[in-house]
Design a protein around this ligand. Structure first.
Ligand code: RET
Length: 247
């Protein structure tokens, strides 16, 4: 009955993770090189963004080495009923990555929008609720995991409404170049972040796809949401003085 199915990634899964590791490592180096070519006072966004890709580099080092997971019982569908007892690898190391990096991604966007710092801090804390409910839910064997998932989705919606409402209105007041940088990074983020709960639903949540497929699904999202994001952000900021944004 496949009691021990879905355990461990394959050799090819690991190869893909090493490729992603290399992309994150290279991006970190490139961002730091770009940072040192600027005056020290203009490097705020470079440092935040390099921290994001550096943390991802370490997370991918772990996963490529088949480290950073726990084995948990999950429910699965057999015939027409939901039975429990099958085991699955839960990659908790990705949540440790996200709990550090997703608030920093929001910091990049909300500093661009020039929101007051208490508001930025609060949105970052709500983001931590989103990630930690996802982690606890993923380690919960029973269907109570979907309760955590629901709390996480509510937190994500709060973040989205803040981006679409107050952050967008504020960015608009700061001029065309800032508004363009905000829109590009904001739309990129909204579009990609929406796919994460779907990936969760078919992996840690519903146990529908194998750990290898999970690595491809989340991996592509992580590369776009971190490396793609960094490129767009730093390019859009090339002529904006960070001091203008209080950064
Ligand atoms: C979880 C499950 C709980 C509900 C929701 C989730 C959303 C996660 C998101 C993660 C974004 C990660 C990024 C990583 C960058 O590399 C925790 C999966 C809503 C949005 C951008």
């Amino acid at each position: 009955n496949g009691v021990t199915a879905d355990i461990h990634i394959t050799e090819r899964g690991s190869d893909w993770l090493w490729a992603a590791f290399s992309m994150f490592a290279l991006t970190t180096i490139l961002i730091l090189v770009a940072a040192y070519r600027k005056p020290a006072r203009d490097r705020a966004f470079h440092y935040i963004t390099a921290a994001i890709t550096l943390v991802a580099t370490i997370a991918y080092y772990s996963m490529a080495s088949d480290l950073g997971f726990a084995i948990t019982q999950v429910e699965f569908v057999r015939g027409s009923s939901l039975v429990s007892g099958r085991l699955r690898q839960i990659w908790y190391v990705r949540y440790i990555d996200w709990v550090i990096t997703t608030p920093l991604l929001l910091l990049d966007i909300l500093l661009t929008a020039g929101l007051p710092w208490p508001r930025i801090l609060f949105v970052m804390l709500v983001d931590e609720v989103m990630i930690i409910t996802g982690l606890v839910g993923s380690l919960t064997p029973s269907r109570y995991k979907w309760g955590y998932f629901t709390f996480g989705c509510a937190a994500m919606l709060y973040i989205f409404f803040t981006l679409i409402g107050p952050a967008r209105r504020n960015a608009k007041l700061l001029g065309d170049d800032v508004y363009r940088a905000f829109l590009l990074t904001g739309v990129w983020t909204l579009g990609l972040w929406t796919l994460y709960p779907i990936a969760w639903g078919v992996s840690d949540g519903g146990n529908v796809i194998s750990p290898d497929s999970e690595m491809v699904f989340y991996g592509v999202l992580d590369v776009l949401a971190k490396i793609g994001f960094s490129g767009i952000l730093l390019w859009a900021h090339r002529n904006i003085d960070p001091a203008r944004l209080g950064a």
